[in-house]
Design a protein around this ligand. Sequence first.
Ligand SMILES: [Zn+2]
Length: 284
Amino acid sequence: MCGYASASLSGVTFADLMKQLEHAMQKYNGEPFVKIYTSGSFLDENEIPKEIRSATFERFGNAERILFESRPEYITKDILKTIPKNATIALGLESSDPEVLAVSIKKGFTPDESKNAGLMIKAAGLTVRTYLLLKPLYMSEKDAIDDAVSSVRFASEYSDEISVNPVNVQRNTFIERLWKKGDYRPPWIWSLIEVLKRCTGTGVRVMSSPSGGGTQRGVHNCGECDKDALDAVERFSFSQNIKDLNANPCKCRGKWSEIMASEALLGTASDVMRTIDNDLAIGK
Ligand SMILES: [Zn+2]
């Protein structure tokens, strides 16, 4: 599912990274929240040399908060000692179900390894953001919702905030092939709203800022109500007020419930609606 392999370059040099950092500094106007987006692990020295890491921390030393992501294997007591206190470390847990993590995502670590990293980060006095993946491969819409809800509960024990990321179909990936054949549909925005609704009251900030939202490759509804529904998600992500999740009702909401029932009956995770539409079109 991850587009990282095809989106990354192997020939990036130390000088390139330094130049990129200086370029960012030219545009930086003292904003309080800085997000370092590497797509990989900021603490992996094969990706980001130690010197670039410390230069980055130094440049943004006055920010209230600096956020970067890492796989759990790079979180060690020694590394944590070198990280400034304004840091939030993001952990891509994706799912708290060991089977989903191993089979659907092939993540290469267990939920407990992510949790232990989270507990170490907390013990070092830093904050934790956990990323979850909504509707990875081979999961029906309903299973995906249930999985995300239990993952939020699992991660809320050691996270300061949890971000639910619906799958966005990346180019040159296996999921793209399934999606093109109609064997995969990215999640509905109604499902994302359902997850957020069911996760209030955990005491942890739960949010979502979907990439590709409202497009065929990203989280989407019928097309007519997508903007309204995504606006509701955005409002809630800031306010944490469940009332903000009340998007305008749309006729596709009923269809969404029916699809979930059909998937369960048929035992399939493929794009049921698209199959039906195709069959109708062929019937004509
Ligand atoms: Zn709709």
